[in-house]
Design a protein. Structure first.
Length: 205
């Protein structure tokens, strides 16, 4: 996965509470196992009218937020059923960081496994960031993962907590497969030793 060390861009304000994974990416998009193209289905029910046209009132359809890198969200973001496609859809759209008071545990884990940064901040800070994000393309946010800080458009800094393992994976672009491959030489040694000491486990040629 792509490493994330610093991120700068526009933040779309979406302070709704209890945004579930079906709202993020509805079930009709779950037939694919590809991560590509899911951005078009992101927030489908709110983003499109019944005739398939764009809903001009939805935040991501507004020109200022059409290329947002951040989402400032409400409490309990990503609740509902477990679907990794929710993280895929956000990333495919271009959103790599969601800032909210709290997240569903399953969505939280899925997002980090797919190279997204989720930041939990107190509601008071979220309210202020949401207000600043409403200034549109003139309001630029930035995150420095190394220092674990969010810098708002007004210059204020907000420090966030993140466990060291997830931080290490994001900084180095390591998903579960890449983490396993870091141990490739140890795995090869183990397989060789096992083959020598347990020859009966070796499949016949």
């Amino acid at each position: 996965m792509k490493a994330l060390k610093e991120l700068t861009g526009v933040a779309a304000p979406m302070p709704m509470i209890n945004v579930d994974t079906d709202m993020i990416i509805p079930k009709q998009y779950l037939k694919t196992i590809s991560r590509d193209g899911l951005g078009k289905g992101l927030f489908h029910s709110m983003r499109y009218n019944d005739d398939g046209s764009d809903n001009p009132e939805f935040i991501l359809n507004k020109e200022a937020y059409s290329k947002a890198s951040f989402l400032i969200a409400g409490d309990n973001f990503g609740c509902g059923s477990s679907r990794e496609h929710a993280a895929w859809a956000l990333e495919d759209f271009g959103i790599r960081c969601v800032i909210a008071p709290s997240f569903s545990d399953i969505f939280y884990n899925n997002a980090f496994k797919n190279g997204m940064l989720l930041i939990q901040l107190p509601q008071e800070a979220i309210d202020k960031l949401t207000e600043l994000a409403e200034y549109g393309s003139n309001a630029v946010f930035s995150v420095d993962l190394e220092s674990q800080t969010v810098t708002a458009p007004d210059g204020s800094e907000h420090t966030f907590e993140l466990d060291e393992f997830r931080k290490h994976c994001l900084l180095n672009g390591l998903d579960e497969i890449a983490l396993t491959l870091e141990k490739e030489s140890s795995i090869a040694t183990f397989e060789s030793d096992t083959s020598n000491t347990h020859s009966w486990l070796t499949p016949a040629s």
